[in-house]
Design a protein around this ligand. Structure first.
Ligand SMILES: Nc1ncnc2c1ncn2[C@@H]1O[C@H](COP(=O)(O)OP(=O)(O)OP(=O)(O)O)[C@@H](O)[C@H]1O
Ligand SMILES: [Mg+2]
Length: 328
């Protein structure tokens, strides 16, 4: 694990049973290193395995193979008690701000729930901490008595963020955390996340199907396709010289500002190139992007040899493509 990595995932595999009794390799040998204090962006279309990867990191799912190390410790070989302690340092914010909040509770109950669960301090100390957390996410103190239905989407997501920060985590997984928000609210939440990162020294795994959003907030970016990372590297290099044809397709879809139109565009992109939503293993040993690939569709090597993630002379990223950089 590189010196500065807070979270290190190595060769992670997660298999689900799929239709027809075949196995679906939702995550198929993924390795990532998330540097302390940085944001690692994970982008990819629906079904590419982003959430499955994050659920393995959060221990909501047990990986079938591979390791997840946090702060130098392999989580699989830890005792249950140690995993529990560690889990308070790793928190998550999901997409649907209202759906992730208990409707019958007040904002104060919701944000204070992790403190109560960890029996942190007495009632007075906890309510002081809740006030501090609301201030941190820039919500007025008057919000404490509100119920989730009385909050806007942006306010609800601030509450979810406050709850995630309650136990002073080091690492926060943001799984499509801004995807359900209007564009202007989205920008506010992204800026809040950046401020919080600077203030609290947080490390983020930021997941989105929207490369524009990922670009805004991440220092390192990985592109997932059908359970694999097909390109990864520093943001500047990935955008300046994308090596994988799929990354290039995603980049072409970015300049559309309206997120609902962009989603349509990405879906169309899939339809036009014959993609489906079933990341089953390909029937041969070839590249899994081949059927959609503008570069390698007819090439022998792409049909017979699964490309490995490796550096290429033309760019500063790692890409899993035999003909990296060769884009028509
Ligand atoms: N619990 C499960 N049981 C069976 N299959 C699953 C399960 N969870 C996910 N999958 C499948 O694994 C694949 C990856 O799903 P995942 O939710 O990780 O994708 P994603 O990249 O997060 O997509 P999205 O952008 O839609 O959130 C999909 O084909 C999905 O249907
Ligand atoms: Mg997901």
């Amino acid at each position: 694990m590189p010196e500065a990595a807070l979270l290190s995932v190595k060769d992670l595999v997660k298999v689900f049973p799929s239709r027809e009794g075949k196995e679906l390799r939702a995550v198929d040998g993924v390795s990532i290193d998330v540097r302390r204090g940085s944001t690692f962006g994970l982008v990819g279309e629906s079904g590419s395995g982003k959430s499955t990867l994050s659920r393995c990191i959060l221990r909501l799912l047990r990986p079938d193979a591979g390791t997840v190390s946090f702060d130098g410790q392999d989580m699989a070989s830890m005792s249950a008690a140690r995993v529990r302690r560690l889990r308070s340092r790793i928190q998550v914010v999901f997409q649907d701000p209202h759906g992730s909040l208990n409707r019958s509770k007040t904002v104060s109950d919701i944000v204070g729930a992790p403190l109560a669960a960890h029996r942190s301090g007495n009632r007075a100390a906890r309510s002081a901490r809740v006030a501090e957390l609301l201030d941190l996410v820039q919500l007025p103190a008057a919000m404490t008595a509100r119920k989730p239905r009385e909050l806007s989407g942006g306010q609800a997501q601030r509450v979810a963020i406050a709850r995630a920060l309650a136990l002073n985590p080091d690492f926060v997984v943001l799984d499509e955390a801004v995807s359900a928000l209007d564009v202007s609210v989205r920008a506010q939440i992204l800026n809040l996340l950046r401020e919080l990162q600077g203030e609290l020294g947080l490390t983020y795994l930021f997941i989105s199907h929207d490369l524009g959003v990922v670009r805004y907030i991440s220092q390192d970016i990985a592109v997932m396709y059908r359970g694999r990372i097909i390109e990864v590297g520093p943001r500047e290099q990935l955008f300046a010289a994308p090596q994988h044809p799929y990354t290039r397709l995603l980049l072409d879809a970015v300049p559309i500002a309206d997120p609902s139109r962009q989603r349509t565009r990405m879906r169309l992109l899939g339809e036009q190139t014959g993609a489906d939503d079933r990341p089953d293993l390909p029937d041969d040993a070839g590249c899994r992007f081949r059927s959609r690939c503008p570069v390698g569709a007819d090439r022998e090597r792409c049909a017979t040899e699964d490309p490995r993630l490796e550096p290429h002379a033309e760019g500063g990223t790692l890409a899993a493509c035999h003909y990296a950089g060769e884009i028509s």
